[in-house]
Design a protein around this ligand. Structure first.
Ligand code: WT7
Length: 631
């Protein structure tokens, strides 16, 4: 995709301009970078604090920045409690629909009751401030309640995506030394029950730190409950101790709110740590401004709460802004490819925020499915996770948005907590570009020496300043955080995102993709090393390499190269077995598209697999500089 060759510019309509929360991007941007602390203090003022901060930004130990230090807050006090005192009390907070058509709704008042009860249950199980609770759940309201219940009492949640499997869950429980696991008997996908509890059981066998497992009843699966370790949530909620009121615990602004593990270049996933204060300010501000949130909005971020997109823009940002959120558990095309469009019509959704992969997936069924539905409630559309190809952009814009909804393409990462590059609804759009930096952020595209490259030239995406939503550290590995992301350029600490990008003549940023060993498959982030270690854990495999190759629907698909142990016969049956093995260890999303048996792998003299060479070979491209190749 040659992004620079897309000449189209889409200007906002007068209607969009008239109702914009922020109408002059340039003026606000100028102010936000000239007086960054002033800008963020102003945003922080819109939240409720138990105690006001002493300093907006503390740079004394950079790149370990502190925001709103000395302040006391709790994100749940802002996401729920303060809404109970105003007109939001009886407003719908969560609308949930299950794949089989089940419906559950919660007002802010109802949400509060659920979260208080859950928080009391956690307390009764000995959970205290600072404890890490692992959550492994399908997309049901209890997942949101569990997260908020942890935050309410100052415990730290670590959500593991429900699509992950045994090894992925076990390694994340281990890394966080979690004592408590919250899960469910199972979830639903394409009419089938997904057996989560038995995966959790296997994971608990591998990671013995779990003493208490709280299980939500969500379907009819028969599950094994280990006495004195496993408890049904509904049994615990029936106990007198689980009353429907619970005080929200004041936390320091810099106290950890959650850990979210994300794949990196090498080794085990990194636990990115986000805080109560800065994260609350950042997610609510970006959500309110980029998506022009209005009090009557019904907001649908069709991601899974188990990823950062869900943390920031299903749960925290929207609830702080008092929006009504839509939550759907199930496949987008089940039972028919109109499921999403039906949901938009049924609930009068105003804003849809999803991924290019999902759009491409639904696009292939043709216009006739969305055309069956009244989608006129839509005002804005959003995209996240990977670059959106202009073809999908235009389909989304014309067929789903009827040509009148600006597409808010948001570039950000698990590490950044919230949008870093995105348009406002008033920004002229170029399909495929996330446009300009969000307020307070200065972004440059640099070469390997940290020097800015010329317009339209490819380089590394660098962020020159701290922002309130930034991850503060890698859990229990501050050094890794500093080494992986930060570089000192011209005497200042700069954040290197791991992406390559270009800036065009108008200053629009075009993100190209990852430059490290991170794969983006259907917008999901996976490490090559995780896929490789899952392969190597199979008894027939000695060595393996994984690369991402372009794929029409998924963006990237995983291709693997496997060296078998002596005497093992390479055949199609084994290839299928290896794919299934990765699926069982890591989860379906990590299942390789292809397994190729090889006798050797290209390596550097120091023994590092040269994935770039494998990739070039597979694509029939020039293999580049091979001077460091071992043989
Ligand atoms: C990586 C971060 C941020 C929530 C979802 C992903 C890629 C993300 C875009 C976009 C081009 C994008 C980048 C980034 N990415 N959004 N709008 N345009 N690329 O979070 O799993 O931490 O992945 O996703 O490569 O580094 P994540």
């Amino acid at each position: 995709m040659n992004v620079a060759n897309t000449p189209d510019i889409f200007y906002p309509s007068q209607e969009v301009i008239d109702q914009a929360n922020v109408s002059d991007y340039e003026a606000m941007y100028k102010y936000s970078v000239e007086d960054r602390e002033g800008f963020w203090a102003e945003q922080a003022e819109t939240l409720s604090w138990f105690k006001k901060w002493d300093t907006v930004l503390d740079e004394s130990n950079a790149p370990f920045y502190k925001w709103f230090d000395g302040g006391q807050i709790n994100i749940v006090h802002n996401a729920i409690d303060r809404h109970l005192e105003n007109a939001n009390r009886n407003k719908m907070a969560i609308i949930w629909e299950g794949e089989n058509g089940q419906k559950r709704n919660f007002s802010y008042n109802g949400l509060n009751r659920e979260v208080c009860q859950f928080a009391n249950v956690l307390k009764s199980m000995g959970v205290e401030k600072g404890d890490v609770v692992t959550i492994y759940m399908p997309q049901i309201p209890e997942l949101v309640f569990a997260m908020l219940a942890c935050a309410k009492i100052g415990a730290v949640h670590s959500v593991v995506y429900g699509g992950f499997s045994t090894e992925a869950l076990a390694s994340r429980i281990d890394a966080a030394h979690s004592r408590v696991l919250i899960t469910a008997d199972g979830g639903w996908r394409r009419g089938k029950q997904i057996d989560l509890k038995s995966i959790a059981d296997d994971a608990m066998k591998r990671s013995p730190s779990i003493e208490v497992c709280i299980c939500v009843k969500n379907n009819e699966l028969d599950v094994e409950m280990e006495p004195s370790r496993d408890f049904w949530l509904h049994d615990l909620k029936a106990l007198p101790i689980a009353g429907s009121t619970c005080e929200t615990e004041p936390t320091e602004a810099e106290d950890p709110l959650f850990i979210l593990y994300t794949s990196g270049t090498t080794g085990q996933p990194k636990g990115m740590v986000h805080t109560h204060g800065g994260y609350a300010v950042y997610t609510s501000t970006t959500h309110r401004m980029a998506f022009d949130i209005k009090p009557q909005d019904r907001w649908w971020c069709a991601a899974d709460p188990g990823w950062i997109t869900g943390h920031s823009y299903i749960v925290y940002g929207p609830l702080i802004n008092g929006a009504t959120i839509m939550l759907y558990e199930g496949a987008p095309n089940y039972p028919y490819p109109n499921r999403w469009w039906q949901i938009i019509e049924n609930y009068g959704i105003n804003i849809l925020y999803t991924s290019p992969t999902a759009i491409r997936g639904l696009m292939r069924f043709g216009e006739r499915w969305p055309k069956k539905h009244d989608l006129s409630s839509l005002r804005l559309l959003g995209s996240v996770g990977e670059p959106i190809n202009p073809e999908a952009w235009k389909w989304y814009h014309s067929v789903i948005g009827n040509g009148k909804c600006p597409i808010i393409d948001t570039w950000w990462q698990t590490e950044t907590g919230g949008f870093m590059i995105c348009p406002l609804p008033v920004t002229p759009l170029k399909p495929g570009s996330a446009t300009k930096p969000f307020f307070g952020n200065e972004i440059t595209i640099v070469n390997d020496d940290g020097v800015e490259v010329a317009a339209n030239e490819e380089g590394k995406l660098m962020i020159n300043n701290p922002w309130p939503g930034m991850a503060r550290t890698v859990y229990k590995d501050a050094q890794r955080y500093k080494d992986l992301y930060w570089a000192e350029v011209d005497g200042k600490w700069r954040y290197l995102a791991g992406d390559s990008a270009k800036k065009d003549d108008d200053g629009y940023i075009w993100v190209i993709g990852r430059i490290d060993e991170v794969l983006k498959v259907s917008g999901y982030r996976l490490g090559t090393s995780e896929v490789e270690s899952a392969l190597v854990s199979h008894p027939s495999v000695t060595e393996a390499a994984a690369v991402g190759l372009p794929h029409e629907l998924k963006g990237n698909a995983i291709h693997t190269y496997v060296i078998l142990k002596d005497g093992v016969v390479a055949d199609n049956k084994l290839a299928l077995e290896l794919k299934a093995h990765v699926g069982a260890e890591m989860g379906k999303i990590a299942m390789p598209e292809a397994v190729e048996f090889v006798d050797s792998l290209p390596k550097t003299r120091s023994g590092k697999i040269m994935r770039r060479v494998l990739k070039a070979r597979a694509l029939g491209q020039d293999e580049g500089d091979l001077s460091t190749l071992e043989e």
